[in-house]
Design a protein around this ligand. Structure first.
Ligand code: HSE
Length: 440
């Protein structure tokens, strides 16, 4: 449904919830590109109100009529304040009040465009059920990897294919930190300090550094890729706080680089899915290895399409607003033509297998005594857990040896058991570095 103005022009009435870095840019683009957006959608996108928490702030950058701002978010969404709304754009983030507002918007017949990864990853089921019930659109391209068109390709372009694996760098802050560690040899703490000083890391960097942000995005990607409900709680999560300069150096020595990877994959037998976020070494020849600084990229492996790579800016006002506007245009077009876009698909309903059952490879660096029988003792621990060794390299330093072992693929629980066994071995002085290896 659209409103028709006196001049006979169709209107799609838009309410914007939030006017932070992304919201202000959405407002600015809606205003500045109004004629193009109208030509592309077949209706004028009319911004009817912008809900903000602190009305006194200087928002002149958004370039909109100050009269649009309101603190009456519920009134704006319900239509009580500024009249009926066709689309609600939610860029306030967090679980509440965002969920209540989105559900109210849908109950009132409005479609929703949101960038709220945390909410989608925690309670996407409730949002999708409401969209279905009220026959409205729920679009969220900006929730994962900012500007990068990724969710629509997964949901639409690849709907005829079978996705086997999604491997991504979906958090710019951690990618920046790891890039600096790689380039300068800095430790984690120093690289984090630099990222904070440059504005890449938040004052409380936990959501990024501990992998929560990436885990929410992984849940969304896994759900779309495998037509299955996956929540953030299903995603195995390890952050980058434990990554040491020694890990990064060790990766370098074997022609690898350390990245925080988001992995969503179908089990070999196709009967379950895995979803995980953890630091991993990837070969320098892998396309993801060249993704540096705060950039994001997602590598998708499909049965028929083969390998695809999506690359770009994963955060920031303008890049994220681009994704929001793209969704807004899609939703507005549906309002003009009638009907909805493709809704969520969870028909496969596959179980999510635990991390222990995931197949991975490990890189392990050990300081050991340099005497006969040591290598045999180390190899016995691997064999005892059924883990096959791919390569062993030895470096010597004054009576001590450093062994670098890379395994073949094995169950993660067997690999973890191997590391625990190595730590108990008398000939092992220290397990210096343990990291999964992907992309080989
Ligand atoms: N904090 C995120 C990042 C951006 O560093 O990539 C928003 O998802």
């Amino acid at each position: 449904m659209t409103t028709t103005t006196g001049a006979g022009h169709r209107q799609v009435r838009v309410a914007l919830l939030g006017c932070g870095v992304v919201g202000a840019e959405v407002a600015r683009l809606l205003n500045g590109n109004a004629a193009d957006l109208a030509a592309r959608t077949g209706a004028r996108l009319e911004l009817v109100g912008i809900a903000v928490r602190r009305p006194g702030r200087d928002r002149s950058a958004a370039g909109v009529d100050p009269a649009l701002f309101t603190t009456d978010t519920a009134g704006l969404v319900s239509g009580a304040l500024r009249g009926p709304v066709d689309v609600v754009v939610e860029v306030i983030g967090g679980i509440e009040p965002a969920r209540t507002l989105i559900l109210a918007a849908m109950a009132g017949g409005a479609s929703v465009v949101t960038a709220n990864k945390a909410l989608l990853a925690e309670d996407g089921a409730t949002l999708s059920a409401a969209a279905e019930k009220h026959q409205v659109d729920l679009y969220y391209e900006a929730a994962v990897a900012g500007a990068i068109p990724l969710l629509r390709p997964l949901r639409e372009s690849l709907a005829g294919d079978r996705v086997r694996r999604v491997l991504g760098i979906v958090n710019g802050t951690t990618n920046y930190i790891l890039t600096r560690m790689d380039e300068t040899g800095a430790g984690f703490a120093d690289a984090l300090d630099e990222a904070t000083a440059l504005g890449y890391a938040e004052a409380d960097p936990s959501a990024d550094v501990d992998g929560f942000d990436a885990a929410a995005k992984t849940a969304i990607l896994a759900g779309l890729a495998f037509h299955t409900r996956v929540t953030a709680a299903d995603v195995h999560r390890e952050g980058i706080g434990e990554v040491t300069a020694a890990d990064v150096a060790s990766a370098h020595e074997m022609g690898h680089v350390v990245k925080l990877l988001a992995v969503a994959e179908l089990a070999e037998d196709g009967r379950s899915v895995g979803a995980r976020v953890h630091p991993a070494m990837i070969p320098l020849t892998h396309p993801l290895a060249g993704v540096r600084e705060a950039y994001n990229a997602v590598f998708v492996e499909c049965e028929s399409a083969g390998q695809l790579m999506f690359y770009g800016r994963g955060a920031g006002g303008a890049p994220t607003a681009s994704a929001v506007l793209g969704d807004l245009v899609a939703v507005a077009r549906h309002r003009v033509s009638g009907g909805r876009g493709p809704a969520e698909s969870t028909y496969a309903d596959l179980p999510v297998h635990p991390m222990g059952q995931t197949t991975t490879r490990y890189h392990i660096r050990l300081d050991v005594d340099d005497r006969p029988g040591v290598l045999a003792a180390v190899a016995t621990v691997f064999a005892g857990h059924g883990v096959s060794i791919q390569t062993v390299r030895q470096e010597e330093r004054a009576g001590q040896a450093s062994l670098v072992v890379v395994t073949h693929a094995a169950r993660d629980e067997a690999l973890a058991g191997t590391v625990a066994g190595l730590r108990q071995l008398a000939v092992v002085d220290e397990v210096v570095s343990v990291m999964r290896v992907e992309g080989m």
